[in-house]
Design a binder for this molecule. Structure first.
Ligand code: 6PG
Length: 252
């Protein structure tokens, strides 16, 4: 993988979250100034909780032109929105319901669809419509994609060894659960979408992630083993924000 990642190591998760929230504010301002809108794909999991809380509060909540923000999810667990495991539900509770966003600016993955496959197809159509592109053609470019990384190196719902890792002709696919909880079906954006973004930012904290971080950064781990290794934006920027414990096995 070309070494174009920008890596910052923070003394604590709190410091990492402050930085991530500032980065979000900056990306929103620059995107609105340059293109009139800011499209963001949020991540699920627990890593972004503090960042979302910071964005929901003053002063940062007042530093974003929410009227021009369009919110998507990079992946979803196939559960109802009000289920505790829903990524959208978490984003809504911690961030979205606290800021002035209209329903038509927020695009959850439709987990009320009949199956995860149907939800994936519908979400691809939603992306095509909102970005004025043809589904299956060149993927839309999110201004910012936030990602977490599982202990096993997965990102979004792209799990080690799964066929979804090699999908090039679809923007959104379904996936069976990975080996980490929760054990529910998923819907996930694919690498072509993640790698089309203008900026991708990983938020990674905790000792349990240290082995995968080392494997990816220093041992050239393949995406089959640690899918996060497959995130390499075609022309966008890649940033990894690590806390000291996640970076604990790095030697360089
Ligand atoms: C999900 C995700 C997933 C997550 C990582 C990290 O639905 O779980 O979007 O890719 O970001 O598993 O999860 P934590 O932040 O909880 O460690």
């Amino acid at each position: 993988m070309p070494d174009k990642r920008d890596v910052t190591i923070f003394p604590s998760q709190a410091a990492l979250s402050e930085h991530a929230a500032d980065l979000f504010v900056r990306a929103a301002r620059e995107s609105v100034a340059a293109r009139g809108r800011f499209s963001i794909a949020l991540t699920g999991g627990s890593s972004p909780h503090k960042t979302y809380e910071l964005l929901a509060q003053a002063p940062r909540s007042g530093q974003i032109d929410w009227a021009n923000v369009f919110v998507f999810l990079g992946d979803e667990r196939f559960v109802p929105d009000d289920d505790d495991r829903s990524n959208y539900g978490m984003c809504r509770r911690l961030l979205l319901e606290h800021v002035p966003l209209k329903d038509e600016q927020v695009f959850p993955i439709p987990t009320n669809a009949a199956t995860p496959e149907v939800a994936a197809g519908e979400y691809a159509q939603t992306l095509a419509r909102v970005f004025s592109q043809t589904a299956g053609g060149p993927p839309p470019a999110f201004d910012l994609v936030l990602l977490g990384m599982g202990d096993d190196g997965h990102c979004a719902s792209l799990f080690p060894g799964m066929p979804s890792l090699h999908v090039q002709d679809r923007w959104v696919v379904s996936s069976p659960p990975g080996t980490l909880p929760p054990p529910v079906d998923r819907v996930t954006c694919t690498f072509p979408v993640l790698n089309a973004a203008r900026q991708v930012v990983f938020l990674v904290n905790g000792e349990k992630k240290a082995t995968a971080v080392r494997d990816i950064f220093e041992d050239g781990a393949a995406l089959e083993q640690h899918p996060a290794a497959g995130v390499s934006p075609t022309s966008g920027n890649l940033t990894w924000l690590l806390d000291e414990t996640a970076a604990g096995l790095l030697t360089k």
